[in-house]
Structure formats: C-alpha cells, structure tokens
Design a protein around this ligand. Structure first.
Ligand code: NI
Length: 202
C-alpha cells in the first residue's frame, strides 16, 4: 500500500523519489502488524517556530513526532490534513498526547513568517508547533524528508502564487526514524490507531 502512496506523491517527479521508491520495496513489519518505512526519510531540521525561536529536532527529543508539510495560504488540502491531525491527536488519551509532538512545517518561507504561522497553527490546536525558516533552511528540510513543493505563479506579482506540494503526514519515533506515512485518504481513526499501536510496542 505504501507503494501506492509513493506513486501518488511521485507525480511531482523529483530526483529523490527514485531512491525512495526502490528502497520502499524492502518494507518490513515491526511485529505489531505495521509497516516500517525502511528508507531514510527525514528526522532532522533547523528551523524557526511560531514565536521566532530557533528549533531543531533536538528540541523535541524523547517525543514521537507527527509532521505535516504545507503552507498557510493553501486553500483546501492543508487545512483538511491539519484538522485531521488535530482530531487524531486530540482523540488520544492525555498520557499518550504528552509523548507526541504535532508539527506543521511550511514549504512557503517567503510568506509564512513566524507571525503568520502563529496565527495559523492556533486555528487547529494549541499543541501544534509551526516551523518555518529561511528559504535555505526550508529547502534542507524538504530534501531530508523528500518533500516535493514548488511555486506555481497565479498572477504577475511576486507574491501571487500557489505552492504545488506533496501531501503526506510523517510519523517519527523519538530518535527520528520515520515509521509511518499517512496519505490524504487515511482516516482520523487510522492515524490514531497507528500512534496508539506504536506506543503499546514499547
Ligand atoms: Ni496544501
């Protein structure tokens, strides 16, 4: 099933995907009936949060991470996926919530300033951290997570554009290993069950 996910995302056809596609044929089971994403996907970043504080993955050490990449001007997919993330997270018992850090990372650093991010993440849940950064920082995290995102002009002005991007929710262990990727068709219940399952394996 994960191959279908990759097939969907590969529509953007960037170089990094070929490696991802080939290594994902080696997915294994983690013993709890779940796929393990064996390719090295993501885990590190150096960005700035919605309060303007520099952040890396080390700031969230010891926690599982639920990460979604998008942009605040996104008209439909991002709000839908972040609402789903919030609903799944908030459905979990509080002791599990404390072990999970939900994160939204912008792929539109030119418009998504920390102040813009602060207003946006607060719409979903207070626990959601919003990360943005310089264009170079954002490019680095996109590359690390093999995220596809490119500007598509929608007018003549420099800020008149949308961002065509892959839509995937990443689930990482506390040591930064991506163990699941949820696609747009995955339900709130599926996400919540996967999270609960991973914590019960410990
Ligand atoms: Ni979007």
């Amino acid at each position: 099933m994960l191959l279908a996910v990759i097939g969907f995302a590969i529509g953007g056809a960037v170089g990094g995907w070929s490696l991802l596609q080939s290594t994902n044929t080696e997915n294994q089971d983690d013993g709890g009936g779940h796929e393990i994403v064996s390719a090295k996907i993501g885990g590190t970043f150096s960005l700035v949060d919605q309060d303007g504080v520099a952040r890396t993955e080390k700031d969230y050490a010891g926690k599982y991470k639920l990460i979604y990449f998008g942009f605040t001007y996104c008209p439909a997919i991002c709000p839908t996926e972040l609402s789903k993330m919030a609903e799944a997270y908030l459905s979990l018992p509080s002791d599990i919530q404390q072990n999970i850090q939900p994160i939204f990372i912008s792929v539109d650093p030119d418009r998504d300033t920390p102040a813009v991010m602060k207003g946006y993440v607060g719409l979903f849940m207070p626990q959601l951290v919003g990360l943005t950064g310089t264009p170079a920082q954002v490019e680095a995290v996109k590359k690390d997570f093999k995220v596809y995102a490119v500007k598509v002009p929608e007018g003549s002005g420099s800020d008149e554009y949308t961002v065509d991007h892959s839509s995937m929710m990443y689930y990482l262990t506390p040591d930064g290993q991506t163990v699941a990727m949820f696609k747009t068709g995955d339900s709130v219940e599926k996400i919540a069950e996967r999270i609960k399952g991973s914590l019960q394996l410990e």
